[in-house]
Design a protein around this ligand. Structure first.
Ligand SMILES: *[C@@H]1O[C@H](CO)[C@@H](O)[C@H](O)[C@H]1NC(C)=O
Ligand SMILES: *[C@@H]1O[C@H](CO)[C@@H](O)[C@H](O)[C@H]1NC(C)=O
Ligand SMILES: *[C@@H]1O[C@H](CO)[C@@H](O)[C@H](O)[C@H]1NC(C)=O
Ligand SMILES: *[C@@H]1O[C@H](CO)[C@@H](O)[C@H](O)[C@H]1NC(C)=O
Ligand SMILES: *[C@@H]1O[C@H](CO)[C@@H](O)[C@H](O)[C@H]1NC(C)=O
Ligand SMILES: *[C@@H]1O[C@H](CO)[C@@H](O)[C@H](O)[C@H]1NC(C)=O
Ligand SMILES: *[C@@H]1O[C@H](CO)[C@@H](O)[C@H](O)[C@H]1NC(C)=O
Ligand SMILES: *[C@@H]1O[C@H](CO)[C@@H](O)[C@H](O)[C@H]1NC(C)=O
Ligand SMILES: *[C@@H]1O[C@H](CO)[C@@H](O)[C@H](O)[C@H]1NC(C)=O
Length: 679
């Protein structure tokens, strides 16, 4: 009782200075504190008490400041006080490997900064950046490497004074008790406890982070700075976060702040926690496993039935690999019914390796596209396995979703989301069914770019699509571009070299090094994407067999015109000159950059996406090897063409398949598709 009284009187004693001159904040969770915080942008306090600055909506910012200012100086020209703060953050990116910009602890003269999203973290805009009159101080937790602000990597902690170019920054890490450095991922989706301590006598600012509640002895970042000229007498304290094209949810679980003394300790275990790992991406594996076990059960069951009834005609035999496959398995009967017995009326077209039918699933009444790969195409089986194993686990709004599959004897069936508007090529070339305006085209390009970025960087393995082209870009009812046809996709682990495989792809989209080295890589996908950019801007195929000789290869023609300073002449006349000229020019230049002969000179998809988002500027003039080294390009194509001179390859018949010298009847509508060699 006595000790209780002592604590009680101590509390009363403590609360006197707090009420007269606020110098301490302690929020172990933010429940019922919406009056005490000023929220901006999309920030909100969730029911469980978590302060969510952003969710994974693209290009947004969110801020929360304590609603009144705190005194940081005794008078406007005196020295700044020492301060100390501690807070717990959780950053959950939309795609586990890619961050969605970042979060910053902020001290500012305003509680409504209204800065730009993306790399500006909602703090500043492009005009006030670096201006001394900003009086802005921030400690950023940045998960995207921005070259404009010379970010060191995509997982760093930085100290920003009046600018987004950090005055000091360091890769996120923790010092363990024996002084060894341990990596720490900011975008790992786990709680991170942060301490920011400023000693105004020593002019030292320390930033310390930890994955648990115990504070490491050694700070990860220690920076000598006098904050007196930066701070005003009264300042707001809080947090700001932003998302770009890549998005994360940025959360603060708890916060403690104190002027002239150590901030009260936060204990991670007593703070609110985020509800479970994100379903969207992490449960893919779990769902896969549980579906696999369901499939296993079905397998055992159907095997039993097969044994009992024996020799049922057209039995659906299940093999080992099928058990590992994620998406739903449909019965042949179901798909037969859905497509009206694969009637010719339902035929949407021919994709690589098979026909595609429109169908309506009987139970759910959802419209689907069913791709049927028939027995005739023997090579189909392997591609089929690759396709369901790969695409079945991928999830992105700009990828055509595989919803299920079925196998019956030699017949392989894949069930996809139905894309109401068909493929992009039917809108671009020859006599298009409708002309897309520039805005629609630009939206499609951006969508495909972000889908491809996801394949390259956002999945647990690197997925090389290997057949990016207009006819593999499908459009939904709202004309969103979605990348489809993963029949040729290859996976490999991040950080490893792609293995040599047989060369696949479509002439005109095929990077010049691919036939030479036999390797497909992320940068050969970028090459094909470059061809796609040019196609969309110019409204013609990458290789136009009916064109004048100098216009045969699209990229060379565009380079030629670019070199002559007449690049506007290549823009699709069907656009009727109604477009945002700087945007079209950017797309053309980007297309040329991607089409560089040297893989090393091509941008990454991440850079491409950032250019398209206007986050990265292209140089005014391109010094491409195509102008000085232009013959190389032709050489690459010539090599390829010559290597088939002895076979039945013919530039004018538009499709032919080659496997071991055997030519199959064409199933593809692509201009010229080549498949040769062996794994
Ligand atoms: C929050 O604001 C309310 C009134 O607006 C005040 O009574 C309360 O003390 C504040 N709480 C904190 C932790 O500042
Ligand atoms: C994100 O937050 C905004 C604003 O609160 C809301 O409108 C939107 O629906 C949220 N999006 C998601 C995916 O939760
Ligand atoms: C600020 O000024 C007051 C009154 O002049 C003084 O009592 C106090 O110690 C000063 N605080 C600091 C941190 O210097
Ligand atoms: C940039 O921010 C400053 C300060 O908030 C504001 O005065 C200015 O208008 C902004 N500029 C632009 C281009 O938004
Ligand atoms: C810095 O901002 C102030 C106030 O917004 C403005 O008057 C001044 O011109 C800016 N300085 C520079 C170099 O932009
Ligand atoms: C911090 O960086 C900004 C811009 O890079 C620079 O103007 C400023 O002088 C730096 N401040 C300190 C204290 O290093
Ligand atoms: C906290 O994390 C650090 C760094 O990972 C580790 O060295 C330390 O043992 C952990 N402490 C506790 C109490 O778990
Ligand atoms: C420090 O501890 C870690 C494990 O906590 C251990 O792996 C490492 O070898 C130790 N380093 C030294 C220098 O003792
Ligand atoms: C900052 O870190 C250094 C080095 O560990 C330490 O000596 C100093 O006391 C720390 N200062 C503050 C204010 O935490």
């Amino acid at each position: 009782m006595a000790s209780f009284l002592r604590i009680f009187s101590a509390l009363i004693f403590l609360s006197i200075p707090v009420s007269s001159q606020l110098d301490e904040l302690f929020f172990p969770g933010f429940k019922d504190l919406s009056n005490n915080l000023t929220l901006q942008g999309i920030a909100k306090i969730e029911n469980n008490g978590i302060l969510q600055l952003t969710n994974d909506t693209s290009r947004k910012m969110g801020q929360a400041f304590y609603s009144s200012t705190l005194r940081f100086k005794n008078s406007s020209n005196s020295n700044v006080f020492s301060f100390s703060t501690s807070f717990a953050i959780v950053i959950v990116p939309e795609y586990p490997r890619l961050g969605g910009h970042g979060l910053a602890f902020t001290i500012s003269p305003s509680n409504d900064l209204n800065g730009l999203p993306s790399q500006y973290l909602g703090l500043l805009n492009s005009t006030d950046i670096g201006n001394f009159s900003n009086h802005l101080f921030a400690v950023e937790f940045d998960t995207v490497q921005d070259f404009e602000f010379q970010d060191i990597n995509d997982n760093h902690i930085g100290i920003d004074i009046n600018s987004m170019k950090s005055n000091a920054s360091v890769e996120a890490a923790v010092y363990t008790d024996n002084s060894t450095k341990q990596d720490l991922s900011l975008k790992g989706g786990k709680a991170i406890l942060v301490w920011v301590d400023y000693d105004s006598a020593e002019n030292i600012l320390n930033v310390t982070v930890s994955p648990n509640s115990s504070k490491p002895k050694i700070p990860i970042l220690s920076f000598r700075v006098d904050l007196s000229p930066i701070f005003n007498e009264f300042m707001y304290v809080g947090f700001s976060a932003s998302t770009g094209l890549l998005a994360s949810s940025h959360n603060v679980l708890g916060w403690s702040f104190k002027i002239n003394g150590p901030a009260r300790a936060l204990d991670l275990s007593s703070l609110p926690s985020l509800p479970g790992p994100k379903k969207k991406h992490h449960t893919g594996a779990i769902v896969g496993v549980s579906i696999a076990s369901v499939v296993l059960a079905i397998c055992i069951l159907s095997l039993a039935i097969i044994y009992i009834i024996k020799k049922i005609k057209n039995a659906e035999v299940i093999e080992d690999w099928e058990l590992e496959v994620g998406p739903q398995r449909y019965s042949y009967q179901e798909l037969k019914q859905a497509t009206n017995n694969f009637s010719a009326k339902q035929l949407l077209g021919h994709g690589g390796f098979g026909q595609v039918y429109k169908g309506t699933l009987h139970n759910s009444k959802t419209e689907v596209a069913v791709k049927r790969i028939s027995n005739e195409s023997k090579q189909g089986v392997r591609e089929f396995v690759s396709e369901i194993a790969t695409i079945g686990r991928l999830r992105h709004r700009n990828l055509v979703q595989l919803v299920g599959w079925c196998r019956r004897k030699g017949d392989l069936l894949l069930v996809y989301d139905f894309m109401a508007n068909g493929s992009l090529d039917s809108f671009l070339f020859d006599e298009p069914k409708a002309v897309l305006n520039w805005e629609q085209r630009f939206k499609i390009i951006k969508g495909v770019a972000s889908g491809l970025l996801y394949l390259h960087e956002g999945y647990e393995q690197v997925v090389i699509h290997r057949d990016v082209k207009a006819s593999n870009v499908l459009l939904d009812s709202e004309l969103n571009g979605k990348l489809g046809d993963f029949g040729l996709a290859k996976l490999y682990e991040h950080g490893t070299n792609p293995a040599t495989t047989r060369v696949v792809g479509t002439l005109g989209y095929l990077a010049p090094e691919t036939p030479r080295t036999g390797k497909s890589s992320a940068s050969s996908d970028v090459f094909a994407f470059g061809a796609l950019l040019l196609e969309v801007a110019c409204g013609r195929r990458p290789i136009e067999t009916r064109a004048l000789p100098e216009e045969l290869v699209l990229v060379d023609w565009v380079w030629g015109k670019y070199g002559e300073g007449r690049v506007l002449e290549v823009i699709d006349p069907k656009l009727n000159a109604e477009y945002d000229q700087s945007q079209v020019l950017m797309v053309l230049k980007l297309g040329l950059l991607c089409s560089n002969n040297s893989p090393a000179a091509r941008p990454t998809m991440r850079q491409v996406v950032r250019c398209l988002e206007g986050e990265l500027e292209l140089p005014d003039t391109l010094r491409g090897p195509r102008s000085s080294d232009g013959d190389k390009a032709a050489e690459g194509l010539d090599d390829l063409l010559n290597s088939f001179a002895s076979s039945s390859f013919d530039k004018t018949t538009s499709c032919s398949y080659f496997e071991n010298g055997v030519s199959y009847p064409s199933l593809s509508t692509s201009p010229i598709t080549l498949v040769y060699g062996r794994d």
